[in-house]
Design a protein around this ligand. Sequence first.
Ligand code: NAD
Length: 484
Amino acid sequence: MKYSSLKNYIEGEFVEQDLETMEVLSPIDGNMISSVPLSGYDAVDKAVLSAKKAFHKWSSATIKERVQVFYRYKYLLEENIDELSELIQEENGKTLSEARAEVEKSIEVTEFACSLPQISAGEILEVSKGVECRIDRYPLGVVASITPFNFPNMVPNWTIPNAIVLGNAMILKPSEQVPLSANRIAELLKEAGLPDGVFNVVHGAREAVEAICDHPGIEAVSFVGSTKTAKAVYARGTSKLKRVLALGGAKNHLIVFPDANTDMTASNVAASMTGCAGQRCMAASAMVAVGPVDHIISKIVEEAKKIIPGKNLGAVISKQAKERIENYITEAEKGGAKVLLDGRNSRVEGKENGFYVGPTILDYVRPEMKIAKEEVFGPVLSIMRTGKIEDAIKIQNSSLYGNAASVFTQSGGVARYVIDNASAGMIGVNIGVPVPREPFSFGGWNESKFGTGDITGKSSIEFWTKLKKTTIKWNPESRTNWMS
Ligand code: NAD
């Protein structure tokens, strides 16, 4: 085992707790690299106590003082980017350059958090003579962030810097499949000067998540993961009267028109469907080909053939994930889809026990097929053919999800029609992965998100704070008017 058994991080220390553990396997070669504790209510309770103790002092500091920690944290992310990327690659299986891009996004969201003193100021107005109303933002208290396997460093960092700069104390519950990055984040935050207890890590799976939803000491929960779990967390957390924002799964449609730039479209679609082995909630999963676009499809296949497992294509997270993805492909083929590129049974020399699926492109998929409707979460593109823009929109709109949709065309009118009519929270025009850059916020629609607001950007300020409205009068009564 390359790394020692992991521990929960509570009150600034990695603590020994008598807990059941689970193996952590590297998807690259299937080797066990560590083990992770499976916490329950007691461990969550200890983390809540630690965070509660730290909250008062942390929230009493000014935001300008609090943000100093995150200037240093940003620098530490930059300084340690090589090592952090290697750790991500080992536990998640993505390529080193994808892991690096993930840390770069963590740096960008930390930069945004560093701007919070500038943009989260309250409001004040003299509402009548001598009387002013003001709004101040207050942190919520102890908050929790529950994260998925596909971005072990970035998704935790969607929430940590913003929530903590705004004065909250946090408990992170990372995915039990990729728990190593979370402990490294804890070390870097400590090195950056974050007081003990302001940030805690509780490892585990369902039991830990349910304890977070139930614990009366936790005020708010952010969740990122599959729709099934997002729904369960949203329902359970809100039933305990917590503020919950739960981001779920996705099925993103790329709508491609014949006038689109062939090379650019092909390279964008191929990169979108295969990046992070298709395990991105923003990945191209379904392509709706409107009219005669065979020339673009051939080029997409040509581009996808250049993406080789173990070289520029990483592994999928587990053996079960590999089997699930391959089953989707087999079932679609049996149902009449034409396999243009087949990534099943991929083997990487020297890494025979790794979990690899090659790029797969299926043509003539029909909208009612399972592969057209469900989230596959692998490097698989399902192409559906249609003749009219209205039908393409109908296909997109029939999805239960609504994270992202993209249109590829040279026509402004066509693009505008898709922007207006696609039912998704994030839209791309000639962009395969339309992730908004900071300060624009991230979040989908429909069953890709439960709760109001988005998880990053200005929207996160609303989620992580509450408003206090104060009306003040200092003037002598004789000089007041009717509103005073
Ligand atoms: P997941 O739902 O299995 O797990 C997410 C978190 O929930 C983990 O911390 C896990 O321990 C916990 N969990 C798992 N099952 C649970 C249960 N039954 N009860 C309570 N907690 C449970 O998701 P995953 O497989 O880790 O991640 C992949 C999913 O995340 C995909 O669906 C992907 O689209 C989605 N995702 C969405 C976004 C977004 O922004 N919308 C971003 C990244 C990933």
